[in-house]
Write a protein that binds this ligand. Structure first.
Ligand code: GRF
Length: 211
């Protein structure tokens, strides 16, 4: 059976959706860079091994990345899932796990990389917003996109209401993509995501409401 590791920094709701999805693989560990990440308790409550690699204990980003990589490799995972992991990973780390490192980002990339994506979307006035699952490359939030889900931006939305609508889609999209990978259907080939050998274009598009 394939093995995966999930990296978190906080609440861990995407982690929970992955753990509860009945993925065709086993979760070897949940690793957090923050000791107070509330998701750690949720993982432990499901019987998953948890580890903290506190980034504040390292003199440099490279040292943290190296310790994190060593901890991940201890579990020999086929797949590493970033789920609300809020540290930028260096090129060396990313290259080491290239092709088996996925992230979920709460925007329709390449729009709105970085943080406060729902505020960015509202400020820009877009009518469609959403989330993306992508392979991780050294470019921040810039790797090949596997799948996206879109939601309408509604009149009266604020950051919180829009964020909730996007998060509900994240919880559906990420397990779906992780499942493809664990089934051996999804691969990174020549810098492009391929599902069943085809350019991966998949994901739910929720049409905006009329009016
Ligand atoms: C999610 O919106 C995720 O896409 C982003 O950070 C948030 C983490 O939420 N990277 P959670 O920890 O999964 O609840």
């Amino acid at each position: 059976m394939k093995r995966y590791v999930i990296l978190i920094s906080g609440r861990g709701s995407n982690m929970e959706s992955l753990l509860d999805a009945g993925l065709p693989g086993s979760c070897a560990a949940v690793i957090s860079n923050k000791p107070d990440a509330t998701g750690l308790a949720a993982a432990a409550g499901r019987g998953i091994a948890t580890t903290v690699i506190d980034h504040r204990g390292f003199a440099s980003r490279e040292d943290f990345d190296a310790a994190l990589a060593t901890e991940i490799e201890r579990h020999a995972p086929d797949l590493v899932l970033l789920a609300g992991f809020m540290r930028i990973l260096g090129e060396r780390f990313v290259r080491r796990f290239e092709g088996r490192l996925l992230n979920i980002h709460p925007s329709l990339l390449p729009a709105f990389p970085g943080v406060r994506t729902h505020a960015q979307a509202l400020a820009a006035g877009v009518r469609l917003h959403g989330c993306s699952v992508h392979f991780v490359t050294p470019a921040l939030d810039g790797g090949p996109i596997v799948a996206q889900a879109a939601v309408p931006v509604l009149a009266g939305d604020d950051e919180a209401s829009l964020g909730r609508r996007v998060l509900a889609e994240e919880h559906l999209l990420y397990p779906r993509v992780a499942g493809w990978f664990l089934e051996g259907r999804l691969r990174l080939v020549d810098g492009r995501a391929r599902l069943d050998g085809e350019a991966a274009v998949a994901g739910a598009l929720h049409a905006p409401q009329a009016g």
